[in-house]
Design a protein around this ligand. Sequence first.
Ligand code: GLY
Length: 336
Amino acid sequence: MNRRNFLRNASISGAGIAAAATGISCNSTNTKEKETNSTSMPITRTLNAPVAICTWGFTDANETAGKALDAGMNALDAAIKGVAVEEEDIRNTTVGKGGAPDRNGTVSLDASVMDSNGNCGAVVCVENITNVAALAKVVMLETPHVMLAGEGAEELAYKHGFKADELLTPSSAAAYKEWLKTSEYKPLINIENHDTIGMLCMDKDGDIAGACTTSGLSYKMKGRVGDSPIIGAGLFIDNEVGGAAGTGLGEEIIKTVGSFLIVELMRQGKTPQEACEEAINRIVTKHNSVEDFQVAYIAINKKGETGSYCIHPGFAMMEYRNSKNSRIETKSHLKT
Ligand code: GLY
Protein backbone atom coordinates (compact mmCIF):
# COMPACT_ATOMS: atom_id res chain seq x y z
CA MET A 1 0.00 0.00 0.00
CA ASN A 2 1.50 3.36 -0.89
CA ARG A 3 1.75 6.13 1.70
CA ARG A 4 -1.22 8.03 0.36
CA ASN A 5 -3.50 5.01 0.53
CA PHE A 6 -2.11 4.14 3.92
CA LEU A 7 -3.19 7.48 5.26
CA ARG A 8 -6.49 7.45 3.42
CA ASN A 9 -7.26 4.04 4.86
CA ALA A 10 -6.06 4.83 8.32
CA SER A 11 -8.61 4.18 11.00
CA ILE A 12 -9.79 7.25 12.80
CA SER A 13 -11.76 7.00 15.93
CA GLY A 14 -13.79 9.99 15.04
CA ALA A 15 -16.99 11.17 13.65
CA GLY A 16 -18.43 14.29 12.25
CA ILE A 17 -18.67 17.76 13.55
CA ALA A 18 -21.40 19.97 12.60
CA ALA A 19 -21.96 23.52 13.03
CA ALA A 20 -24.39 26.07 13.94
CA ALA A 21 -22.98 29.51 14.27
CA THR A 22 -24.28 31.02 17.41
CA GLY A 23 -26.34 34.12 16.98
CA ILE A 24 -24.71 36.84 18.98
CA SER A 25 -26.27 40.24 19.33
CA CYS A 26 -23.08 42.22 19.36
CA ASN A 27 -21.81 44.85 17.00
CA SER A 28 -18.43 45.31 18.58
CA THR A 29 -15.42 43.82 16.85
CA ASN A 30 -13.60 43.64 20.15
CA THR A 31 -14.65 41.77 23.24
CA LYS A 32 -13.66 44.69 25.41
CA GLU A 33 -15.81 47.59 24.36
CA LYS A 34 -15.55 51.11 25.68
CA GLU A 35 -18.72 52.61 27.05
CA THR A 36 -19.37 56.03 28.40
CA ASN A 37 -21.14 56.35 31.73
CA SER A 38 -23.26 59.27 32.92
CA THR A 39 -20.21 61.25 34.04
CA SER A 40 -18.52 60.63 30.66
CA MET A 41 -15.81 58.49 32.25
CA PRO A 42 -14.96 55.59 29.94
CA ILE A 43 -15.56 52.14 31.43
CA THR A 44 -14.74 48.75 29.97
CA ARG A 45 -17.20 45.91 29.71
CA THR A 46 -16.72 42.44 28.37
CA LEU A 47 -19.13 41.06 25.81
CA ASN A 48 -20.18 37.44 25.51
CA ALA A 49 -17.55 36.07 27.84
CA PRO A 50 -16.81 33.67 29.28
CA VAL A 51 -17.31 31.01 26.63
CA ALA A 52 -15.93 27.46 26.33
CA ILE A 53 -16.28 25.27 23.27
CA CYS A 54 -14.86 21.85 22.55
CA THR A 55 -14.88 19.14 19.92
CA TRP A 56 -17.36 16.27 20.20
CA GLY A 57 -19.94 15.71 22.90
CA PHE A 58 -17.53 16.02 25.78
CA THR A 59 -20.18 17.46 28.09
CA ASP A 60 -18.35 17.16 31.40
CA ALA A 61 -15.07 18.47 30.06
CA ASN A 62 -16.70 21.54 28.57
CA GLU A 63 -18.79 22.21 31.66
CA THR A 64 -15.72 21.90 33.84
CA ALA A 65 -13.96 24.54 31.75
CA GLY A 66 -17.04 26.77 31.61
CA LYS A 67 -17.56 26.72 35.35
CA ALA A 68 -13.88 27.43 35.93
CA LEU A 69 -14.19 30.44 33.61
CA ASP A 70 -17.30 31.60 35.47
CA ALA A 71 -15.28 31.40 38.68
CA GLY A 72 -12.64 33.68 37.17
CA MET A 73 -10.02 31.24 35.91
CA ASN A 74 -7.96 32.40 32.94
CA ALA A 75 -8.65 30.92 29.51
CA LEU A 76 -5.57 28.69 29.30
CA ASP A 77 -5.94 27.09 32.71
CA ALA A 78 -9.65 26.56 32.15
CA ALA A 79 -8.97 24.80 28.83
CA ILE A 80 -6.33 22.56 30.43
CA LYS A 81 -8.66 21.79 33.34
CA GLY A 82 -11.45 20.95 30.91
CA VAL A 83 -9.50 18.60 28.66
CA ALA A 84 -8.03 16.87 31.73
CA VAL A 85 -11.50 15.41 32.34
CA GLU A 86 -11.16 13.42 29.13
CA GLU A 87 -7.49 12.64 29.62
CA GLU A 88 -8.41 10.98 32.92
CA ASP A 89 -11.57 9.22 31.68
CA ILE A 90 -10.52 5.65 30.93
CA ARG A 91 -13.74 5.07 28.96
CA ASN A 92 -12.42 7.45 26.32
CA THR A 93 -10.27 5.37 23.96
CA THR A 94 -8.89 8.30 21.96
CA VAL A 95 -7.58 10.68 24.62
CA GLY A 96 -5.24 10.22 27.59
CA LYS A 97 -5.34 7.17 29.84
CA GLY A 98 -7.34 4.41 28.18
CA GLY A 99 -6.40 5.64 24.70
CA ALA A 100 -5.85 3.00 22.03
CA PRO A 101 -2.20 1.92 21.73
CA ASP A 102 0.02 2.00 18.67
CA ARG A 103 0.75 -1.08 16.55
CA ASN A 104 3.30 -2.23 19.11
CA GLY A 105 0.82 -2.07 21.96
CA THR A 106 2.15 1.14 23.53
CA VAL A 107 -0.09 4.10 24.36
CA SER A 108 1.56 7.38 23.38
CA LEU A 109 -0.05 10.79 23.67
CA ASP A 110 0.23 14.14 21.87
CA ALA A 111 -0.96 17.55 23.09
CA SER A 112 -0.58 21.27 22.62
CA VAL A 113 -1.62 24.49 24.33
CA MET A 114 -1.59 28.11 23.20
CA ASP A 115 -2.25 31.17 25.33
CA SER A 116 -3.59 34.61 24.60
CA ASN A 117 -0.10 36.11 24.33
CA GLY A 118 0.83 33.85 21.44
CA ASN A 119 2.90 31.52 23.60
CA CYS A 120 2.59 27.82 22.94
CA GLY A 121 3.85 24.44 24.07
CA ALA A 122 3.49 20.90 22.79
CA VAL A 123 4.47 17.32 23.54
CA VAL A 124 4.52 14.33 21.21
CA CYS A 125 4.82 10.56 21.67
CA VAL A 126 4.61 10.78 25.45
CA GLU A 127 4.22 7.52 27.37
CA ASN A 128 3.20 7.03 31.03
CA ILE A 129 1.82 10.53 31.60
CA THR A 130 -1.93 11.14 31.61
CA ASN A 131 -2.24 14.95 31.65
CA VAL A 132 -0.23 15.81 28.59
CA ALA A 133 -1.97 19.15 27.95
CA ALA A 134 -0.77 20.29 31.38
CA LEU A 135 2.67 18.99 30.41
CA ALA A 136 2.54 21.04 27.20
CA LYS A 137 2.00 24.10 29.39
CA VAL A 138 5.13 23.17 31.36
CA VAL A 139 7.08 23.04 28.07
CA MET A 140 5.70 26.49 27.24
CA LEU A 141 6.51 28.05 30.61
CA GLU A 142 9.57 26.21 31.86
CA THR A 143 11.69 25.60 28.77
CA PRO A 144 12.97 27.80 25.95
CA HIS A 145 11.27 25.41 23.48
CA VAL A 146 7.87 24.87 21.94
CA MET A 147 7.85 21.09 21.59
CA LEU A 148 9.37 18.13 23.42
CA ALA A 149 9.11 14.51 22.32
CA GLY A 150 9.05 11.13 24.02
CA GLU A 151 11.47 10.53 26.85
CA GLY A 152 12.55 14.17 27.04
CA ALA A 153 8.97 15.23 27.65
CA GLU A 154 8.48 12.44 30.17
CA GLU A 155 11.62 13.45 32.09
CA LEU A 156 10.38 17.03 32.22
CA ALA A 157 7.05 15.78 33.56
CA TYR A 158 8.66 13.94 36.48
CA LYS A 159 10.80 16.99 37.28
CA HIS A 160 7.59 18.98 37.60
CA GLY A 161 5.76 16.54 39.82
CA PHE A 162 3.76 14.51 37.31
CA LYS A 163 3.30 10.87 38.33
CA ALA A 164 3.95 7.87 36.08
CA ASP A 165 0.74 6.11 35.12
CA GLU A 166 -0.18 2.93 33.21
CA LEU A 167 -2.05 4.31 30.21
CA LEU A 168 -3.01 0.94 28.72
CA THR A 169 -6.23 -0.12 30.43
CA PRO A 170 -7.49 -3.73 30.45
CA SER A 171 -10.22 -2.91 27.94
CA SER A 172 -7.81 -1.10 25.58
CA ALA A 173 -5.43 -4.05 25.87
CA ALA A 174 -8.27 -6.45 25.04
CA ALA A 175 -9.32 -4.36 22.02
CA TYR A 176 -5.70 -4.28 20.85
CA LYS A 177 -5.44 -8.06 21.17
CA GLU A 178 -8.54 -8.37 19.03
CA TRP A 179 -7.11 -5.95 16.46
CA LEU A 180 -3.89 -7.98 16.27
CA LYS A 181 -5.85 -10.85 14.74
CA THR A 182 -6.07 -8.89 11.49
CA SER A 183 -3.65 -6.00 12.16
CA GLU A 184 -5.49 -3.99 9.55
CA TYR A 185 -6.02 -0.29 9.34
CA LYS A 186 -9.53 0.19 8.06
CA PRO A 187 -11.76 3.19 7.73
CA LEU A 188 -13.77 3.89 10.80
CA ILE A 189 -16.13 6.81 10.68
CA ASN A 190 -17.32 6.73 14.22
CA ILE A 191 -20.23 9.10 13.94
CA GLU A 192 -21.53 9.09 17.46
CA ASN A 193 -18.29 9.05 19.32
CA HIS A 194 -15.13 11.08 19.30
CA ASP A 195 -11.45 11.52 18.57
CA THR A 196 -9.30 14.35 19.84
CA ILE A 197 -10.54 16.88 22.35
CA GLY A 198 -9.74 20.41 21.22
CA MET A 199 -11.01 23.14 23.53
CA LEU A 200 -11.14 26.92 23.08
CA CYS A 201 -11.89 29.22 26.01
CA MET A 202 -12.62 32.93 26.26
CA ASP A 203 -12.27 34.16 29.83
CA LYS A 204 -13.96 37.03 31.66
CA ASP A 205 -11.37 39.46 30.31
CA GLY A 206 -12.19 38.37 26.76
CA ASP A 207 -8.83 36.64 26.32
CA ILE A 208 -8.76 33.44 24.25
CA ALA A 209 -6.59 30.33 24.77
CA GLY A 210 -6.86 26.66 23.92
CA ALA A 211 -5.71 23.09 24.46
CA CYS A 212 -5.74 20.01 22.26
CA THR A 213 -4.96 16.44 23.43
CA THR A 214 -5.19 12.96 21.91
CA SER A 215 -3.84 9.43 21.77
CA GLY A 216 -3.96 9.81 17.98
CA LEU A 217 -4.96 7.19 15.46
CA SER A 218 -5.80 3.81 16.92
CA TYR A 219 -2.98 1.32 16.26
CA LYS A 220 -0.88 3.99 14.58
CA MET A 221 2.73 3.33 13.55
CA LYS A 222 5.13 3.81 16.43
CA GLY A 223 6.27 7.44 16.38
CA ARG A 224 3.37 8.69 14.27
CA VAL A 225 2.37 12.24 15.18
CA GLY A 226 -0.94 13.79 14.15
CA ASP A 227 -2.23 17.34 14.06
CA SER A 228 -3.04 17.82 17.73
CA PRO A 229 0.42 18.87 18.94
CA ILE A 230 1.25 20.83 15.77
CA ILE A 231 0.60 24.51 16.39
CA GLY A 232 -1.42 25.86 13.47
CA ALA A 233 -2.77 22.42 12.56
CA GLY A 234 -4.71 21.02 15.53
CA LEU A 235 -4.78 24.31 17.43
CA PHE A 236 -4.14 27.98 16.82
CA ILE A 237 -4.94 31.13 18.75
CA ASP A 238 -4.45 34.76 17.86
CA ASN A 239 -5.99 36.75 20.67
CA GLU A 240 -6.63 39.70 18.35
CA VAL A 241 -8.78 37.54 16.11
CA GLY A 242 -9.89 34.25 17.68
CA GLY A 243 -8.99 30.59 17.87
CA ALA A 244 -9.60 27.28 16.13
CA ALA A 245 -9.10 23.57 16.81
CA GLY A 246 -9.36 20.46 14.70
CA THR A 247 -10.19 16.80 15.10
CA GLY A 248 -10.21 13.82 12.79
CA LEU A 249 -7.52 12.53 10.45
CA GLY A 250 -4.51 14.58 11.50
CA GLU A 251 -2.58 14.12 8.28
CA GLU A 252 -5.25 16.04 6.36
CA ILE A 253 -5.34 18.82 8.95
CA ILE A 254 -1.55 19.18 8.91
CA LYS A 255 -1.42 19.36 5.11
CA THR A 256 -3.77 22.33 5.09
CA VAL A 257 -2.58 23.90 8.38
CA GLY A 258 -6.25 23.96 9.25
CA SER A 259 -6.48 25.89 12.52
CA PHE A 260 -4.10 28.63 11.36
CA LEU A 261 -6.07 28.87 8.13
CA ILE A 262 -9.33 29.36 10.03
CA VAL A 263 -7.90 32.11 12.22
CA GLU A 264 -6.47 33.88 9.18
CA LEU A 265 -9.82 33.61 7.37
CA MET A 266 -11.51 35.17 10.41
CA ARG A 267 -8.89 37.93 10.34
CA GLN A 268 -9.97 38.63 6.78
CA GLY A 269 -13.55 39.03 7.93
CA LYS A 270 -15.12 35.58 7.74
CA THR A 271 -17.31 34.44 10.58
CA PRO A 272 -16.13 31.39 12.55
CA GLN A 273 -18.72 29.32 10.69
CA GLU A 274 -17.62 30.53 7.26
CA ALA A 275 -13.96 30.01 8.15
CA CYS A 276 -14.55 26.41 9.32
CA GLU A 277 -16.46 25.65 6.14
CA GLU A 278 -13.70 27.09 3.95
CA ALA A 279 -11.05 25.04 5.78
CA ILE A 280 -13.04 21.83 5.24
CA ASN A 281 -13.50 22.77 1.58
CA ARG A 282 -9.72 23.10 1.20
CA ILE A 283 -9.42 19.44 2.20
CA VAL A 284 -12.40 18.19 0.25
CA THR A 285 -11.29 19.75 -3.02
CA LYS A 286 -7.95 17.92 -2.84
CA HIS A 287 -9.62 14.49 -2.92
CA ASN A 288 -11.77 12.57 -5.36
CA SER A 289 -13.53 11.08 -2.36
CA VAL A 290 -13.63 11.94 1.32
CA GLU A 291 -15.76 8.92 2.25
CA ASP A 292 -12.94 7.29 4.19
CA PHE A 293 -11.99 9.93 6.67
CA GLN A 294 -13.39 12.58 8.93
CA VAL A 295 -12.13 16.07 9.76
CA ALA A 296 -13.99 18.60 11.89
CA TYR A 297 -13.19 22.11 13.09
CA ILE A 298 -14.44 24.44 15.79
CA ALA A 299 -13.70 28.16 16.03
CA ILE A 300 -14.40 31.26 18.12
CA ASN A 301 -13.81 34.92 17.36
CA LYS A 302 -13.29 37.95 19.59
CA LYS A 303 -17.00 38.68 19.67
CA GLY A 304 -17.52 35.29 21.22
CA GLU A 305 -19.22 34.02 18.05
CA THR A 306 -18.56 30.36 17.36
CA GLY A 307 -18.77 27.97 14.43
CA SER A 308 -18.07 24.37 13.49
CA TYR A 309 -18.07 22.25 10.35
CA CYS A 310 -17.09 18.72 9.38
CA ILE A 311 -16.87 16.30 6.48
CA HIS A 312 -19.14 13.50 7.73
CA PRO A 313 -22.35 14.02 9.67
CA GLY A 314 -22.31 13.07 13.32
CA PHE A 315 -19.95 15.57 14.86
CA ALA A 316 -21.15 17.86 17.63
CA MET A 317 -19.50 20.80 19.36
CA MET A 318 -20.12 21.59 23.03
CA GLU A 319 -20.60 25.24 23.91
CA TYR A 320 -20.76 26.73 27.41
CA ARG A 321 -22.12 30.26 27.60
CA ASN A 322 -24.16 32.17 30.18
CA SER A 323 -23.64 29.21 32.54
CA LYS A 324 -25.40 26.88 30.09
CA ASN A 325 -23.69 23.94 28.41
CA SER A 326 -25.19 23.10 25.00
CA ARG A 327 -24.56 20.43 22.42
CA ILE A 328 -24.47 21.95 18.96
CA GLU A 329 -24.95 19.51 16.11
CA THR A 330 -22.69 20.46 13.26
CA LYS A 331 -23.43 20.82 9.56
CA SER A 332 -21.38 18.56 7.32
CA HIS A 333 -20.01 18.53 3.80
CA LEU A 334 -21.42 15.03 3.19
CA LYS A 335 -25.06 14.48 3.96
CA THR A 336 -26.46 11.25 5.41
N1 GLY B 1 -6.61 14.25 15.25
C1 GLY B 1 -5.82 13.36 15.97
C2 GLY B 1 -4.77 12.73 15.19
O1 GLY B 1 -4.85 12.62 13.97
O2 GLY B 1 -3.83 12.27 15.78
